[in-house]
Design a binder for this molecule. Structure first.
Ligand code: PGA
Length: 224
């Protein structure tokens, strides 16, 4: 019994998450690992395509996606909503409007994440569904760089609300554009055939119990 417990305390856990999850998964892992000070955690961050590659190669105990690949050998546990919001610089003319049509929004220069990103996948699907073409001015491989580019006036964008959490909203406004936000979910994902270590089992039940508490209502962005 003692040995088993020791195994749990000194185990290893490997996670690979999409870039947008880097804003909140470390907080979840931080709280979890307080109970296991000797736990050795590997934490990889990549875009959706890179994280899918790791899951195909069975590299990690868990993955975090909001657009998981279609793979029947993966188990998906949804644990948290993810909304993608329209953002503009604080002094943009659209911030004065309360009901912006998607057609009008799409006329402004748009900053898009790179192909292979889950955000790009969601935004492209959404625009195609509404038969809208974005006026893409730049493709940028990082949520943080997109935020800074929006603040500097290079364009507008659509990003996950999580990229705006923890004080990230200064200089930016969330716009109320029709059909937005895009509503998706965060999933903790594991390959069903991968044996679960005791610590992996603990982590799975921790996320099932605590994952939805992560983003409290005072951090939600009000879309006016
Ligand atoms: P991304 O992924 O960080 O590759 O944009 C986010 C997602 O899967 O929704």
């Amino acid at each position: 019994r003692l040995d088993k417990l020791k195994g749990v305390q000194t185990g290893e856990l490997s996670l690979a998450v999409v870039t947008t999850a880097q804003y909140f998964i470390p907080h979840l892992v931080g709280e979890f690992s307080e109970q296991f000070p000797e736990l050795n955690i590997t934490f990889k961050v990549g875009n959706r395509a890179q994280t899918i590659e790791r899951s195909v190669a069975d590299e990690d105990d868990f993955y975090v996606f909001s657009h998981p690949p279609e793979d029947p050998d993966l188990e998906l546990i949804d644990f948290l909503p993810n909304r993608l919001l329209a953002i503009a610089p604080e002094r943009h003319p659209l911030t004065q409007q309360t009901a912006i049509s998607l057609a009008e929004f799409s006329r402004y220069p748009f900053l898009m994440r790179e192909a292979g990103s889950g955000t790009e996948h969601a935004v492209s699907d959404f625009l195609a569904e509404h038969q809208i073409t974005a006026n893409v001015r730049m493709t940028i491989e990082s949520n943080e760089a997109i935020k800074h580019a929006v603040i500097s006036g290079l364009g507008v964008s659509i990003l996950s609300e999580h990229t705006l959490s923890y004080g990230g909203l200064s200089g930016l406004s969330v716009l109320s554009v029709e059909h937005l936000p895009i509503q998706t979910q965060w999933y903790l994902v594991r390959r069903k055939s991968r044996p679960m270590s005791p610590i992996a089992e603990r982590f799975l039940s921790y996320v099932k119990q605590q994952g939805s508490q992560l983003f409290t209502s005072d951090q939600q962005f009000v879309v006016s």
